[in-house]
Every structure is written in structure tokens, then in C-alpha cells.
Design a protein around this ligand. Structure first.
Ligand code: K7E
Ligand code: CUA
Ligand code: CA
Length: 610
């Protein structure tokens, strides 16, 4: 091949430049290699932590490996997900629950872990739905949302926190104020409530009224106080009036005092929940004045201080978490939103306007020393929350910090008019912070919380414990339970449905109770039914009951959507829908009534089990 001399020259220049680059940037390259090594998790190796990230407008929780940044799992909560067969069908009780409590979508912000002795115990994770005023509980033994609570008497469930050290309550703040008596005819200024939810029963035990809105929450480490930021002490109903006062407040609720008032019957019961009014119950609420329109509130791991982030003020306010007195108000930078902690007495505050994380020393700031700022690092860009591993519990690890950024210009190419949201992992093990990696996410990252993989791993179940009404192998049946109703008890095991033929009539309501009778971890089977808007996935041991309309006459193949074996493609069966006027004899429900609990004669069953 004949080469053009120009190309040869150009190639030589490029090679020379590349060599110069390699030699000149030796130091930079080794910093890159060091960072790469810190986040590299070889195939087959485990991440050290799992981070639970709020999925924001995705209405879910993302589980991300740290330090790798690999997406491990999505836990759907407020939105249906076909991949997990979650709330997919109109007749799925979970979907009905979502519809009844606000809708099949949510705006999740704050994941919080259950605690024992001030440390995550791996039992539960709670997440709020700001938009529809809900609180969901996720069981970490199954990584599944198991309870969804619509909070009465409030709107905009925003800040949430567990009451340390042993998860006595989940605190949920109502951000959007409402007429105090719950009626729109009430001319009085709007107020809001903080809810105290029992972690096991998921019932609201009591609420405390606040004159103003209630934003972010945290609790003292000794179970005494819950702290909430208030940015609208003005009780304004428009932007202008919400930013009038020079100082708003942090509300400190004395939990034992509130409990005492409830026990004495001093709550006004509305929608079954006693609401304590601090004005007639002195001692329940203390308002601590902080610069106008604060945002985050975070209690130090040792429980000594509650730190309110200034947002509109370039300061954080350090409050003694026992005396409730302000001990210092150091400047940290522009737009402070949230604060987290390492294990060496340092705080890290996110600066939304500066697009930075600032590291500062708590003792020095409290002592009024001038050199309390330790370090600053740029993030990309406009950071909201940040969380260091364990920074929200009593014993932080002091190794990694996750920056959850709102914007990512110049980090990734645009994806349409949009850019991906961005998260960055920062090494905080040394004096200076080091940027390690960035990884994008779907909209929109808010808060994160971490669990050590070594703690979590043994707590996760291998299979679901079959429910009492699970279908047992050998007890499958098709029963006509009414003139237009058929019940199917079905089991799934590699690689067959039993029964593999269900014959019904046009106009029938078909109730499918399906159990995956596998006992081996990860042996998931799906059940998709064309033209019936139905796809569910069932983990081993899981039972789902769904009622569908038989639909138009025809043959519909239900098939397995989760690859399960070499015969996965053959794992299918038929729902045959006879026309209304069909002359085919189907077992009638009078006959079925006589053979209750037995397989209706004529229903074929496959024997193809392994
Ligand atoms: Cu700051 Cu909802 Cu936690 Cu988001 S809130 S940033
Ligand atoms: Cu069962 Cu694929
Ligand atoms: Ca204000």
C-alpha cells in the first residue's frame, strides 16, 4: 500500500506527542492509577459496601456497590416494575394499595436504615414519597417493599429519620402546610405536623404540630430529641413571604415529653392519630433560631451536636444536642445543604452554589479557631446531598464519601436535551479529599446510606418462606367458583407450569394463584400472558394472586420471562378462552362446588417436574 508522505509525517508527530505526554505526566498518571485501584473491584470480588440510594422521581431505591459504583439492584417501591413483577397488574393487591394511597409513582428522597445500638442492623430500610405523603418500608432480608403507609393529616412527606439508637420511631416531616383544622374554610395560618411512626406496626403513633413547614429531619443519638429544619417560620403561602424573616428555626421535639402528653390524652385525635399542640403542651417543642431558610440537619456521630445547613446563608449552625444552645455558626461556603461525618471529628458539608464539598473540623469551629476549614474539593456540579459511609450512624468508617450531584455538564455527552445526573465517589481517608470516580444515574439522586456487605450478606434470605396459602406441588387445580369465575392454583418449577392448560369461557374472571415451588436461590420464573397486560416474576417460594378478565376468545400462551434452564423456552402453557356460545363442555361451578378442594375432572396436569 502506497502511503501519502503527509500521513507519515502526521503519524510521527502524533507518536512524539504521545511519548512527551507519557513522560511529562508521570505524576498525574500515577494519581489516576491510584484512584483507579481504589475503585477497582475485580470480577468475582465483592464491593465493601452497598449504598442504598434514593431513586428520586424513579420512585425506587437503587443499590450500588461501593467503591465500584456498580448498580447491583433496583428495589421498586412506588412504581411498577416488570423486571421484578412488581405491582404490574391492575388486580395486584400491591398496585391497588399504591393507587389507593396516591398513585403508581413517587418522589423518593431519604433512605434510612433501622438501627440497633446506633448502627444499621440490616432489618429495614425506610424511604419517603414526598409527593403523595407516603412512607414505605423495605425488608432487607428480601430486598422488597413490604409496607406502604399513607400519612394522615399531612402533605409532602419530606425529611425522615429513625429515632436512635434502637429505632423507636420513624420521624416523618410534613413539608407542605395545611389548614390547621384540616378544612379549606379555615382562615387561620397553615400549620404542619411531624409524624412518629412505629417501625413494626407501621402505624402513626402520634403527631406534633408545628407552626411553619418542616423540612429535613434527624434525631439525637440518645432518643431524646427529633430535630427538623423549618424554612417557613413566616407561615407564608408564596415565595416572597417565605423569605421575610432573617432567621427561621430548627424545631427540637422532646420525644419523651410528647409521649407523656399523648399518654395523658392531651392529643386532639384526627383520622385516628393524636396530634399534640406544643402551645398547650409546654416543654414538647423548642424552636432554635437559625439563619433564614435552612435546609439539612445532621447530628454528629457522638451525639454532641446538631448541625443545620444555612442554604441561603454561607454558614452552618452548630447546636448543642443536649442543651439546645447554639455554640457556633461558622462560615463554610455558598449554599450549604447537608452535612456528614468521618470518624476523626470532621464534618463534610455540601455546597450547592460553590459546587464543592467542604471539610471542616468540628472542635476547632466550636472553639472559634480560625483554621477550622480543612479542605475543599470541586464536584460536578451543584451537589445536593452527600453521605460518608456510616456518617448517619454512631460509628462512621471514614473512608468513602458519595457526592450526589444535580447536574453533570461536561462529564458525559448529552442524552437528548438532558444530561445524566451524576454521582462522585471521594476518598476521605486522608487529610485531603481525593476524587476517585464518577458514575451517572437516572433522575434524581437525593440521599444515600450505606451498609457493610459483610454485615448485610448473612441477613439476606436464600428463598421466600412460603406463605400459609402457598400452592403446594401436587395440589394444583382449576376450580370454577361461580358462573363467571375460575380459580387456578398453579405451581412453577423448572421448567413447567402446572397446570399447563387452563380452559375458561369469555366473560370469566380468572383468579391465578401462582407459587414458585423452587427451593434453590435465584431460580426465578416469570409468568407473562400476552394481550392481558400481565407479567409477573416470582422468586423461589413466592406466591402471587392476580385476577384477570379472560378476554377475547382465543389461545393465549403464558410463558416464562426469566431464563431458568435449557428448557426455559419450552416453559409455557395455554389459557384457552372459549367463546360465550361455545358448545365445548367446561366443568360447571355446581359440579365444582361438590368437589371442593379437588381438581376438576378433565383438567390436564403436566408431570414434567424435575
Ligand atoms: Cu436536600 Cu429532599 Cu434531602 Cu434532596 S432534599 S437535595
Ligand atoms: Cu422458568 Cu424460564
Ligand atoms: Ca423563611
Amino acid at each position: 500500500m502506497k502511503r501519502h508522505p503527509f500521513i507519515l509525517v502526521a503519524a510521527t508527530v502524533v507518536a512524539t506527542l504521545a511519548l512527551a505526554h507519557t513522560m511529562g505526566c508521570g505524576a498525574a498518571r500515577s494519581a489516576r492509577s491510584l484512584a483507579a485501584e481504589k475503585v477497582y473491584v475485580a470480577p468475582g470480588e465483592l464491593d465493601k459496601y452497598y449504598a442504598f440510594l434514593s431513586g428520586g422521581q424513579s420512585g425506587s431505591v437503587f443499590v450500588v456497590g461501593i467503591p465500584s459504583g456498580r448498580l447491583i439492584r433496583e428495589i421498586p417501591v412506588f412504581e411498577p416494575r416488570a423486571a421484578y413483577g412488581y405491582a404490574m397488574n391492575d388486580n395486584d393487591p400491591r398496585r391497588q394499595e399504591l393507587v389507593a394511597t396516591g398513585g403508581v409513582w413517587g418522589d423518593t428522597h431519604h433512605p434510612v436504615l433501622s438501627e440497633t445500638n446506633g448502627m444499621p442492623d440490616g432489618k429495614y430500610l425506610w424511604i419517603n414519597d414526598l409527593a403523595n405523603g407516603r412512607l414505605a418500608r423495605i425488608r432487607l432480608d428480601y430486598f422488597e417493599a413490604d409496607r406502604i403507609l399513607k400519612l394522615p393529616n399531612m402533605q409532602g412527606a419530606h425529611g425522615i429519620a429513625v429515632v436512635s439508637p434502637n429505632t423507636k420511631y420513624i420521624v416523618v416531616n410534613g413539608e407542605f402546610e395545611q389548614p390547621t383544622d384540616g378544612l379549606v374554610t379555615n382562615p387561620a395560618p397553615y400549620t404542619s405536623v411531624v409524624s412518629f411512626v412505629d417501625p413494626d406496626s407501621m402505624q402513626v403513633k402520634f403527631q406534633v404540630r408545628i407552626n411553619g413547614n418542616i423540612d429535613i429531619a434527624d434525631t439525637s443519638k440518645d432518643g431524646r430529641y427529633s430535630f427538623s429544619t423549618i424554612y417557613n417560620l413566616e407561615q407564608g403561602k408564596d415565595l416572597g413571604s417565605m423569605i421575610q424573616y432573617d432567621r427561621d428555626a430548627v424545631a427540637a421535639i422532646d420525644i419523651p415529653a410528647a409521649e407523656k402528653a399523648v399518654a395523658a390524652g392531651r392529643g386532639e385525635v384526627r383520622n385516628g392519630v393524636p396530634i399534640i399542640d406544643p402551645e398547650t403542651n409546654p416543654g414538647v417543642l423548642t424552636l432554635i433560631p437559625v439563619p433564614k431558610n435552612p435546609h439539612g440537619i445532621n447530628v454528629t456521630p457522638d451525639g454532641r451536636y446538631a448541625i443545620a445547613s444555612g442554604k441561603l446563608s454561607p454558614t452552618v449552625t452548630i447546636i448543642d444536642a443536649h442543651t439546645l444552645k447554639i455554640v457556633a455558626e461558622p462560615e463554610v461556603g455558598l449554599g450549604p445543604l447537608h452535612t456528614t461525618f468521618d470518624d476523626r471529628g470532621n464534618a463534610f458539608t455540601s455546597l450547592f452554589l460553590d459546587s464543592q464539598v467542604v471539610k471542616w473540623n468540628i472542635d476547632k469551629a466550636v472553639a472559634g479557631k480560625s483554621d477550622y476549614i480543612v479542605d475543599r474539593i470541586n464536584v460536578h456540579y451543584n451537589i445536593g446531598h452527600l453521605q460518608a459511609v456510616g456518617g448517619d450512624h454512631m460509628h462512621p468508617a471514614g473512608d468513602y464519601l458519595l457526592a450526589l450531584n444535580k447536574l453533570s455538564k461536561d462529564q458525559y455527552i448529552p442524552v437528548g436535551p438532558d444530561l445524566p445526573e451524576n454521582q462522585e465517589l471521594i476518598d476521605i481517608s486522608g487529610e485531603k479529599m481525593k476524587m476517585l470516580s464518577s458514575f451517572p444515574t437516572v433522575p434524581e439522586p437525593h440521599e444515600a446510606t450505606f451498609m457493610a456487605v459483610s454485615v448485610l450478606k448473612p441477613l439476606v434470605h436464600q428463598t421466600f418462606t412460603p406463605a400459609s396459602d402457598a400452592v403446594e406441588a401436587g395440589k394444583e387445580r382449576v376450580v370454577r367458583t361461580g358462573p363467571h369465575a375460575v380459580t387456578v392454583d398453579m405451581t412453577l418449577i423448572r421448567s413447567a407450569y402446572t397446570p399447563d392448560k387452563v380452559e375458561v369461557r369469555e366473560g370469566d374472571q380468572v383468579t391465578l394463584k401462582i407459587t414458585n415451588v423452587e427451593t434453590i436461590r435465584d431460580m426465578i420464573h416469570g409468568f407473562a400472558l400476552p394481550d392481558h397486560n400481565l407479567n409477573i416474576a416470582l422468586a423461589p417460594g413466592y406466591t402471587k394472586t392476580i385476577t384477570i378478565d379472560a378476554g377475547k376468545p382465543g389461545v393465549y400462551w403464558y410463558y416464562c420471562t426469566n431464563f431458568c434452564s435449557a428448557l426455559h423456552l419450552e416453559m409455557r402453557g395455554r389459557m384457552v378462552v372459549q367463546p360465550k356460545d361455545s358448545t365445548v363442555t367446561l366443568p360447571d361451578w355446581h359440579a365444582a362446588a361438590n368437589v371442593q378442594g379437588q381438581v376438576v375432572p378433565g383438567v390436564p396436569s403436566t408431570g414434567a417436574k424435575q
